[in-house]
Every structure is written in C-alpha cells, then in structure tokens.
Design a protein around this ligand. Sequence first.
Ligand SMILES: *Cc1c(COP(=O)(O)O)cnc(C)c1O
Length: 374
Amino acid sequence: MNERLDSPTLTIDLAALSANWRLLAAKAGPAQCAAAVKADAYGIGLEPAVGALAKAGCTTFFVAHCSEGVKARTALRAAGHNGRIYILNGGPLSAPMAELYLRFGLQPVLNSVAELQFWRTITATTHNPPAAALHFNTGMNRLGFDKSDEINLDGVPFDLVMSHFVSAECPEDADNQSQIAAFTEIVTRFPGVTASLANSSGIFLPANPHFDMVRPGYALYGGNPLPGSSNPMQPVVQLDVPVLQIRTIEAGARVGYNGQWTAQRRTRLATLSLGYADGFPRIAGHVDTAPDHRAQALIAGVLCPFVGRTSMDLTVLDITAVDPAAIELGSRAQILGRHITIDDLAERSGTIGYQILTSLGARFTRHYTPAPVH
Ligand SMILES: *Cc1c(COP(=O)(O)O)cnc(C)c1O
C-alpha cells in the first residue's frame, strides 16, 4: 500500500493563482492589484502563495496579524522580492511588537486615534519608519477612523488611505454606493496618496470603484466574486480523499452519529478519510434532507451525495449510483476541484467559501503545482 493512500491530498495550483491575479490586475488596471494573503493565504499556504504572486508581479500584500507579516516578509525575501506588507489589524500595541514592524518593514494599517498616537511615539524616534495606511470606517463598523475623529498626522509618514466594502458581493445593495460616495469624499482630503476600497467582489461592481489600488483575496484563490453568475476565476484548490471501506445497507438503516440519515432503499456506501477535523463541514451530509441539495463528491465520474453527520475523521458517501466495479478501496473521491467548487460545497453546507478555504486541514498531504516560469 502506498504510504499516502490513507491521506487526503490537497493540490494547490499556483499557476491558476498567478492567472487569477493577472485577470484581476487587468480588470482593475490602471489601478494596481495587491493581494490579501491573511490567514495563511486563505488556507492555501502563505509562503508558496506570496512567492507565486510576487513572481506574477504583485508588489503589495495585506495580512491581518503582525506574525503573518513577519512570515510574508520572510517568504518575499526568500523569493528574491521586495514588496509592501500592510498589517490590517492595526499598528503595534507595545514596544516589542513595534520592534517587529520596524525590523521586518511592516506597514501598520492605523484604525484608530489611539493606534495613531502610539505609532507616532515609535516614528518620532525612528529613522525612516515604514509608512502607515489610514483605514476609514465607511459602514462596516469594525475598525477604522470615523468621520468625526481628529486625526493629527504630524510626524507619521503614510502612503495609503483605505476603507472596506460591507456587501460588495451583492451589487444591488445600496451600501455600495453610499460607501463609494463616503470614500470618494475622504480621499479628497489626501491628494496624491494611494487610495484603495475594493476587495474581490468590489472589483466587479458596475461603478468600477478601483481608485488607485484593489485588494482581492477570495477571487485569487478561485472563489467566485460574482455569486449567482458564472465564476471568472480558475479553481486553485483540489481536494481528493481515499475510500477506506465500502458496504451496502438495507432500507431503514441509519448512518453516522445520532443516525441523522436514514436509507430509503438498499444503499451502497463509501466511507471516506475526511472529517470535520480536516475542516469539512459537520452538516454537509444532512444540511437539507433533499438528496439533491446535500454536499457532493465526485467519484468514478459520478456526483454522489454525502449522508449523515460528518465525524471527526470520517464521512460517508452514498455511491449507489456508481457502477460497483468502478470503485475499490483506495479509490479517490474529489471533494473540491474542477467539478465541485468551494462556493458549491459552502452553499450546500450552510457556510461561505471563505470559511471552507480557511479551514482546509493541516493534516492533508499538500502538493503545489508550480507557477509557470517567465
Ligand atoms: C480580507 C480583506 C480583503 C480581501 O477581501 P476578499 O473579499 O477576500 O477579496 C480586502 N480588504 C480587507 C480590509 C480585508 O480584510
């Protein structure tokens, strides 16, 4: 038996990642296209993602935490690139943390007057400190300066003004227009400074609110920035998992913890090496009793529904529709890939593709398909 036979395999297509970045950069041009690589580049791996994106031409990266910024800087250097790295969750809150910002050239996204004041105490005693970004709240009400804040920027170099969309994936939502209007007014206070508002879906809004820089994340990794329309992005992630056991049960038998699914007929089942500990949704097999709306896997060319509750390390597929000769122990079922999108799995599991991606399991065997050499 192949030593990897029992392990789910995650294949990450770095060429598709690069192609997605180029598509978004072309769509947003002449605005520059940055990349959101927080949360381990949405689960696909920060280091390979940053390397591939830098090679494709991306020079600006956004992460959430300082520790992610340190990793991104290390990855960029290893790939032989410079680049700007902004820390979305804010400026340093202590002197030791500030030391990391300075040492790794990390640019704080200042979200409040308190952060601005602390950062000024750092910049006042530092030669050539990294430039900050100023984040304005235009409706999300999580982070950012409010309109009424008194902002004193003396002694604080900054090179970016930004805000963030609340509902860019819903083009008809009135919030989009009001946020674009509010942000347009804010940027007039900062002539000559790079301005950035759009995330993935924001890039596709009819108003083209690209300003000087766009900050896609989800679409880079293959997520659909246009829910309900066909996805312009290439899939980046493919997940294949092995069959561990096959059995037939009679009508009336139930499957999994708490017997959440009952066979209505004689049913062939395949038990897969995949569980909620791998980030697979616990309710994928019973979110809806309608068989055509449960999450699916592709096996031997046939889309088959999951049945019953996902366990920690196992889940069960109804393979009655597949020719028995076509599946054996160790056969692989595709969970995500060309035929099953992250948006589809998410929709059938009561969540969003962002959560599917960022939950991709730590114990998968990972393969990276390299980005093309230019
Ligand atoms: C995560 C994030 C992005 C990227 O958003 P996507 O919807 O994944 O494209 C952009 N800007 C900010 C502030 C973010 O937090």
